[in-house]
Design a protein around this ligand. Sequence first.
Ligand SMILES: NC(=O)c1ccc[n+]([C@@H]2O[C@H](COP(=O)([O-])OP(=O)(O)OC[C@H]3O[C@@H](n4cnc5c(N)ncnc54)[C@H](O)[C@@H]3O)[C@@H](O)[C@H]2O)c1
Length: 270
Amino acid sequence: MTGSQQTARKAVFITGAAAGIGRATALAFARKGFTVGGYDINESGLESLAGEIERVGGRAIVGHLDVTDPDEMAQRVGDFARAAGNRLDILINNAGILRAGRFEELDLPGHLREIDINVKGVVNGLYAAFPYLRDTPGSVVVNLSSASAIYGQVELANYSATKFFVRGITEALDLEWQRHGIRVIAMWPLYVRTGMTANIKTGTTESLGIRLTAEDVAEAIVKATEPSLLRRALHQVHFPVGTQTKALALGSRFSPGWLTRLVNKKLAHS
Ligand SMILES: NC(=O)c1ccc[n+]([C@@H]2O[C@H](COP(=O)([O-])OP(=O)(O)OC[C@H]3O[C@@H](n4cnc5c(N)ncnc54)[C@H](O)[C@@H]3O)[C@@H](O)[C@H]2O)c1
């Protein structure tokens, strides 16, 4: 693809864009004039999103997508990149679900569904988007990991394990895809006030609170896709969001395993 074939607007494809962090991120990129692809299983949420994207200066392309369906993912990503002028500057693998509770008290189909969306959904997105990212200079993948990928979380065992997967695939593809000029990064927010956390109560929501907003994470995502010279030089891959996550991430890097375990046990009131 040549530069002249590409439109001037950059293009961002966001999964799970109808609500929460995905929606706030769609609007943040719209304000910067992007062509914003907002995809979700919640189509009524997308309808109002499209109007909002256009009102703040973006170009909206929205549509149904269940991230667990690889064929639908391939179709949507391809259609979007072509409609955006044969480009895909940013892929944001954001769609996810969270179920809180003791592992054995939550039903097994629910655990497996969480893996399908949070893990297989990300793999489907990465696979479908690769050729378009490779052909767009300076492209970036943003995967939504979580502070729960620092240490396995009580009452979020399965969820937290899905975010370790996201952490791992981000690190590996950051290295693998460097030769294709694709940056791959992960965001690590702690609890964020969205529909996802509206009805959950765990030891750590009690001890740490739910302090971040979807807009805080959206702002951090935009910033991470436009890294400073220092971040570029340091090649930052993981982006903790909020002071609590930064402190926990730093602490776990330098403390011995037994201490990290103890801190997590105390925070979870376990
Ligand atoms: N809220 C938090 O505390 C928090 C913290 C860290 C990381 N995250 C991660 O951020 C991401 C977004 O979370 P959020 O808080 O905005 O959640 P949310 O529940 O507010 O929004 C998630 C969106 O994903 C959509 N979605 C669900 N299943 C889907 C599927 N199969 N296909 C397509 N779309 C689907 C939903 O319809 C919804 O619009 C998730 O990956 C989550 O794990 C959230």
